[in-house]
Each structure stands twice: as C-alpha cells, then as structure tokens.
Design a protein around this ligand. Structure first.
Ligand code: IPE
Ligand code: IPE
Ligand code: MG
Length: 246
C-alpha cells in the first residue's frame, strides 16, 4: 500500500521543513557536473510542493541556499543564482494555479539584484494565495537570523518601544523571519547526512527529525508521504512521560 493512503489526514503536521541535500553527489554518480544535480533538484522541488499541497500541508519550508554556501566555487554560486531566477520565472504560473504563496527568509539583500527582483515579484504576485505557504530559505543561516533578531530587540529596548521584562520566548519568535509561521513539527534531510547545518535552530527545538539516504534529485512526493507517515507513528512527549500523554 502506498504511504499516501496510510496517512491520517486529520493529524498532518502544520509545517514541514526540508534540507534539500545531495545534488552534487547525485550528479557525480552520473559523471556529470554538480550544476546538473541542482537542475534536477528542481524537479524534486516541483513534485514535493505539489504533493504537499495535494495532501493539505499548510506550510513547507525548503533550505535552498545557506549563508555558508556563498563560499562555494564562484561558478557554482553563479549557476545556482541563475537557476533560481529561471525557476521562479517558470514556476510562478504553477504556483498561481495551485494557490501557493511564495515566501522567502534569509539575507535576501545579499542576492544578485535580478534574483531579488524576480523573487519579490513572485512573492507579491502570489501574496493572496492560501492553500500552501512555500518558504524558501535563501542566503539563510539560523545564527544570522537569531543575531538579527537580537539586534532589533536591543534597538527597540533602547528606543523605549519595549521593556526588558517584555522579552519572552513568544516575543523573541516574533522578531524572527519565520514570525508568520508555526514551528515545524517535522524536519526532513536527504542524502544521509545527520546534521542541521545552521537551519532553523530556534524553530526546530521540538521538531521530529527524519533522515533519508535518498539524494535530493531522487526525492518525490511519495518520499514526503513516507516521512509524514513515519512522523505520525512517533510519540511527541515535550518533556512529559508517556503516561501523561495517553
Ligand atoms: C544541496 O546539494 C543543494 C545546495 C546546498 C545548494 P549539495 O550541493 O550540497 O550536494 P552535495 O551535498 O554536495 O552532494
Ligand atoms: C545545507 O546543505 C544547505 C542547503 C541544503 C541549502 P550543505 O550541503 O550546504 O550542508 P553541509 O555543508 O553538508 O553541512
Ligand atoms: Mg550538501
């Protein structure tokens, strides 16, 4: 039986976050350049987004480019930025058809101006869509985000907009770039690596982590469904005992 049919649709995670990893290794396996892997990664993005929307997931966040990825060879960085522009351009129509809102988090001003412009346009165009919020983490790192939030809070305290005693976990969350999103209940990483790589450190505090050996270009909606089914078999205790939960 497919995993799709075994999922309890009344208990879906509200927010699934993914680290799309393994494009380079996928290309290398076929004797191709790394960029070939990134291009094929787009097909996996399309299928995963469609699968998430069809299932009824409200929020999907994809790690597309980290702050640290700027230090890759210039040729790869340029190719990734080009791919970003052309993909956003091509996919905006599909996002509209599927009622998907595009959102982005990260240091977006560091992106080449054409990328930033294309991204902003697509976000504005899809702003009214309600079925699924697709967030791209771009030029993103969690430590950068947390540092930015801390600076803004400090500035607001100095300006007298808030008082030190107003600083709670909820207030801190509201200064993060994910302030409109619930915390992810499920985080998936492909390619067999078991690490977080500076992704949503604050937001993943109680997320269920799911790792698969599949390389990102091979990932399809059925793999997403398998991860969600696996997530639904777990007992989330949040520090309580099992007896307290049941
Ligand atoms: C993920 O695949 C895509 C990005 C980080 C942009 P990688 O490019 O990291 O692929 P591997 O991990 O080297 O195989
Ligand atoms: C994490 O993958 C970033 C993205 C998927 C965009 P990396 O391939 O950059 O992470 P490390 O270097 O293996 O930790
Ligand atoms: Mg990688």
């Amino acid at each position: 039986m497919s995993f799709r049919n075994q999922i309890n649709v009344s208990k879906l995670p509200d927010h699934v976050a993914i680290i799309m990893d393994g494009n380079g290794r996928w290309a290398k396996e076929q004797g191709k350049l790394r960029v070939f892997g990134h291009k094929n990664g787009v097909l996996a993005v399309r299928d995963t987004v469609e699968g998430a929307a069809e299932l009824g997931i409200k929020n999907l966040t994809l790690y597309a480019f980290s702050t640290e990825n700027w230090n890759r060879p210039k040729l790869e960085v340029t190719a990734l930025m080009e791919l970003l522009v052309s993909t956003i351009n091509k996919e905006t129509k599909t996002l509209m058809e599927n009622n998907v809102r595009l959102n982005a988090i990260g240091n977006l001003e560091a992106l080449p101006s054409r990328c930033y412009k294309e991204l902003k346009e697509a976000m504005e165009k899809t702003a009214g869509n309600t079925r699924l919020t697709l967030t791209l983490a771009l030029s993103y790192s969690s430590r950068w985000e947390i540092t930015q939030a801390s600076k803004k809070i400090a500035a607001d305290v100095v300006a007298g907009n808030i008082k030190e005693e107003d600083i709670t976990e909820a207030l801190f969350s509201s200064y993060l770039s994910t302030h409109q999103l619930p915390d992810p209940e499920l985080m998936i990483r492909t390619s067999g690596e078991h690490r977080i790589s500076n992704y949503l450190l604050w937001q993943l505090a109680y997320a269920e982590l799911y790792f698969t050996n599949k390389l990102w270009p091979d990932f399809r909606r059925e793999d997403l469904f398998e991860a969600i089914f696996n997530y639904q078999q777990r007992e989330r205790r949040f520090g309580l005992t099992s007896e307290q939960i049941s």
